[in-house]
Design a protein around this ligand. Structure first.
Ligand code: COA
Length: 161
Protein backbone atom coordinates (compact mmCIF):
# COMPACT_ATOMS: atom_id res chain seq x y z
CA UNK A 1 0.00 0.00 0.00
CA UNK A 2 1.49 3.34 -1.09
CA UNK A 3 0.98 6.37 1.08
CA UNK A 4 1.67 9.94 -0.07
CA UNK A 5 1.81 13.24 1.79
CA UNK A 6 0.95 16.55 0.16
CA UNK A 7 2.11 19.27 2.56
CA UNK A 8 1.44 22.99 2.52
CA UNK A 9 -0.04 26.01 4.26
CA UNK A 10 -3.30 26.02 2.27
CA UNK A 11 -4.26 29.53 3.40
CA UNK A 12 -6.71 29.04 1.73
CA UNK A 13 -6.82 25.93 -0.46
CA UNK A 14 -7.10 26.92 -4.15
CA UNK A 15 -8.20 25.16 -7.32
CA UNK A 16 -4.49 24.72 -8.05
CA UNK A 17 -4.02 22.77 -4.82
CA UNK A 18 -7.17 20.77 -5.51
CA UNK A 19 -5.84 19.86 -8.96
CA UNK A 20 -2.68 18.43 -7.33
CA UNK A 21 -4.71 16.63 -4.61
CA UNK A 22 -6.98 14.97 -7.19
CA UNK A 23 -4.10 13.81 -9.34
CA UNK A 24 -1.89 12.72 -6.43
CA UNK A 25 -4.79 10.73 -4.94
CA UNK A 26 -4.71 8.57 -8.07
CA UNK A 27 -1.01 7.80 -7.56
CA UNK A 28 -1.37 6.71 -3.94
CA UNK A 29 -3.59 4.23 -2.12
CA UNK A 30 -3.85 6.84 0.59
CA UNK A 31 -3.04 10.54 0.34
CA UNK A 32 -2.60 12.66 3.42
CA UNK A 33 -2.87 16.39 2.97
CA UNK A 34 -0.61 17.79 5.69
CA UNK A 35 -1.56 21.27 6.82
CA UNK A 36 1.43 23.09 8.22
CA UNK A 37 1.52 25.11 11.40
CA UNK A 38 3.71 27.68 9.64
CA UNK A 39 5.51 29.88 12.15
CA UNK A 40 7.07 32.04 9.44
CA UNK A 41 3.75 32.99 7.83
CA UNK A 42 0.95 35.08 9.32
CA UNK A 43 -2.13 33.17 8.23
CA UNK A 44 -5.59 34.46 7.34
CA UNK A 45 -7.30 31.24 8.41
CA UNK A 46 -6.53 29.44 11.65
CA UNK A 47 -5.13 25.95 11.43
CA UNK A 48 -8.50 24.42 12.32
CA UNK A 49 -10.24 26.52 9.68
CA UNK A 50 -7.72 25.50 6.99
CA UNK A 51 -8.22 21.85 7.91
CA UNK A 52 -12.00 22.26 7.82
CA UNK A 53 -11.95 23.95 4.38
CA UNK A 54 -9.77 21.16 3.01
CA UNK A 55 -12.07 18.50 4.45
CA UNK A 56 -15.00 20.21 2.76
CA UNK A 57 -13.40 20.36 -0.69
CA UNK A 58 -12.11 16.76 -0.54
CA UNK A 59 -15.23 15.18 0.95
CA UNK A 60 -15.85 13.07 -2.18
CA UNK A 61 -12.30 11.70 -2.29
CA UNK A 62 -12.35 8.55 -0.14
CA UNK A 63 -8.58 7.97 -0.04
CA UNK A 64 -7.73 11.56 0.99
CA UNK A 65 -7.27 12.42 4.68
CA UNK A 66 -6.59 15.87 6.07
CA UNK A 67 -4.18 16.22 9.01
CA UNK A 68 -2.20 19.06 10.53
CA UNK A 69 1.44 18.91 11.50
CA UNK A 70 3.97 20.97 13.39
CA UNK A 71 7.71 20.55 13.02
CA UNK A 72 9.71 18.90 10.28
CA UNK A 73 7.98 17.44 7.27
CA UNK A 74 10.27 14.39 7.29
CA UNK A 75 9.27 13.64 10.90
CA UNK A 76 5.62 13.87 9.95
CA UNK A 77 6.30 11.59 6.96
CA UNK A 78 7.94 9.07 9.27
CA UNK A 79 5.10 9.23 11.82
CA UNK A 80 2.62 8.57 9.03
CA UNK A 81 4.85 5.90 7.44
CA UNK A 82 4.54 7.72 4.14
CA UNK A 83 6.35 6.47 1.04
CA UNK A 84 6.55 9.79 -0.75
CA UNK A 85 5.97 13.52 -0.53
CA UNK A 86 4.06 15.29 -3.30
CA UNK A 87 4.74 18.85 -4.37
CA UNK A 88 3.28 20.84 -7.24
CA UNK A 89 5.41 22.77 -9.70
CA UNK A 90 3.58 25.71 -11.22
CA UNK A 91 6.40 27.33 -13.14
CA UNK A 92 10.17 27.35 -13.33
CA UNK A 93 10.20 29.89 -10.48
CA UNK A 94 8.97 27.17 -8.08
CA UNK A 95 11.77 24.85 -9.09
CA UNK A 96 14.68 26.38 -7.19
CA UNK A 97 12.86 26.38 -3.84
CA UNK A 98 11.33 22.96 -4.40
CA UNK A 99 14.58 21.26 -5.39
CA UNK A 100 16.28 22.65 -2.29
CA UNK A 101 13.41 21.38 -0.14
CA UNK A 102 13.47 17.95 -1.81
CA UNK A 103 17.25 17.56 -1.49
CA UNK A 104 17.22 18.64 2.16
CA UNK A 105 14.37 16.28 3.02
CA UNK A 106 16.06 13.44 1.14
CA UNK A 107 19.30 14.10 2.99
CA UNK A 108 17.51 14.00 6.32
CA UNK A 109 15.44 10.94 5.45
CA UNK A 110 16.59 9.12 2.29
CA UNK A 111 13.76 6.59 2.38
CA UNK A 112 11.15 9.28 1.61
CA UNK A 113 11.17 10.54 -1.96
CA UNK A 114 9.60 13.70 -3.34
CA UNK A 115 7.36 13.37 -6.39
CA UNK A 116 6.66 16.52 -8.42
CA UNK A 117 3.45 17.06 -10.33
CA UNK A 118 3.18 19.91 -12.79
CA UNK A 119 0.17 22.05 -11.95
CA UNK A 120 -2.42 22.12 -14.73
CA UNK A 121 -1.68 25.10 -16.97
CA UNK A 122 -4.87 27.03 -16.17
CA UNK A 123 -3.85 27.17 -12.47
CA UNK A 124 -0.15 27.71 -13.01
CA UNK A 125 -0.28 31.35 -11.84
CA UNK A 126 -2.69 30.86 -8.92
CA UNK A 127 -1.49 31.30 -5.34
CA UNK A 128 -3.19 31.66 -1.99
CA UNK A 129 -1.86 35.21 -1.56
CA UNK A 130 -3.30 36.20 -4.94
CA UNK A 131 -6.70 34.88 -3.80
CA UNK A 132 -6.39 36.74 -0.48
CA UNK A 133 -5.53 40.00 -2.24
CA UNK A 134 -8.43 39.85 -4.71
CA UNK A 135 -10.88 38.88 -1.94
CA UNK A 136 -9.66 41.72 0.29
CA UNK A 137 -11.00 44.16 -2.33
CA UNK A 138 -14.20 42.19 -2.80
CA UNK A 139 -13.07 41.01 -6.26
CA UNK A 140 -14.18 37.86 -8.04
CA UNK A 141 -12.27 34.79 -6.83
CA UNK A 142 -14.55 32.20 -8.46
CA UNK A 143 -11.93 31.18 -11.03
CA UNK A 144 -9.36 30.41 -8.34
CA UNK A 145 -11.04 28.64 -5.42
CA UNK A 146 -13.70 25.92 -5.01
CA UNK A 147 -17.18 27.48 -4.90
CA UNK A 148 -18.02 25.95 -1.52
CA UNK A 149 -15.34 27.98 0.28
CA UNK A 150 -15.76 31.36 -1.47
CA UNK A 151 -18.09 32.73 1.21
CA UNK A 152 -15.66 31.82 4.02
CA UNK A 153 -12.91 33.82 2.32
CA UNK A 154 -15.05 36.90 1.69
CA UNK A 155 -16.27 36.80 5.31
CA UNK A 156 -12.68 37.19 6.53
CA UNK A 157 -12.64 40.59 4.81
CA UNK A 158 -16.11 41.65 5.98
CA UNK A 159 -17.92 40.96 2.70
CA UNK A 160 -21.25 39.16 2.66
CA UNK A 161 -21.20 37.39 -0.73
N1 COA B 1 -1.70 25.66 -6.74
C1 COA B 1 -1.86 26.85 -6.19
N2 COA B 1 -0.98 27.42 -5.37
C2 COA B 1 0.13 26.74 -5.11
C3 COA B 1 0.38 25.48 -5.65
C4 COA B 1 -0.59 24.93 -6.50
N3 COA B 1 -0.45 23.74 -7.06
N4 COA B 1 1.56 25.06 -5.21
C5 COA B 1 2.04 26.02 -4.42
N5 COA B 1 1.17 27.04 -4.36
C6 COA B 1 1.34 28.31 -3.66
C7 COA B 1 0.59 28.41 -2.39
O1 COA B 1 -0.70 28.92 -2.63
C8 COA B 1 1.43 29.38 -1.61
O2 COA B 1 1.13 30.68 -2.00
P1 COA B 1 1.31 31.95 -1.06
O3 COA B 1 2.77 31.99 -0.70
O4 COA B 1 0.87 33.01 -1.96
O5 COA B 1 0.43 31.75 0.13
C9 COA B 1 2.85 29.06 -2.08
O6 COA B 1 2.70 28.44 -3.31
C10 COA B 1 3.63 28.10 -1.23
O7 COA B 1 2.77 27.44 -0.38
P2 COA B 1 2.71 25.93 -0.01
O8 COA B 1 2.81 25.05 -1.18
O9 COA B 1 1.51 25.80 0.84
O10 COA B 1 4.03 25.72 0.74
P3 COA B 1 4.67 26.46 1.95
O11 COA B 1 5.84 27.20 1.41
O12 COA B 1 3.70 27.21 2.76
O13 COA B 1 5.12 25.21 2.79
C11 COA B 1 6.26 23.08 3.12
C12 COA B 1 5.96 24.23 2.20
C13 COA B 1 5.07 22.71 3.98
C14 COA B 1 6.55 21.89 2.23
C15 COA B 1 7.52 23.42 3.93
O14 COA B 1 7.42 24.70 4.47
C16 COA B 1 7.78 22.43 5.05
O15 COA B 1 8.05 21.28 4.83
N6 COA B 1 7.68 22.90 6.31
C17 COA B 1 7.88 22.06 7.50
C18 COA B 1 9.21 22.36 8.18
C19 COA B 1 10.33 21.65 7.48
O16 COA B 1 10.36 20.45 7.33
N7 COA B 1 11.31 22.46 7.07
C20 COA B 1 12.48 21.97 6.41
C21 COA B 1 12.23 21.86 4.95
S1 COA B 1 13.71 21.62 4.10
Amino acid sequence: MKKGIYPGSFDPVTLGHLDIIMRASKLADELIVGVLVNKSKQSLFTLDERVELLKRVTKDMPNVTIKSFDGLLVDFAEEEKADFIVRGLRAVTDFEYEIQLAHTNHRMRPEVDTVFLTTTLQYSFVSSSLVREIASYGGDISAFVPECIEEDIYKKYGFNK
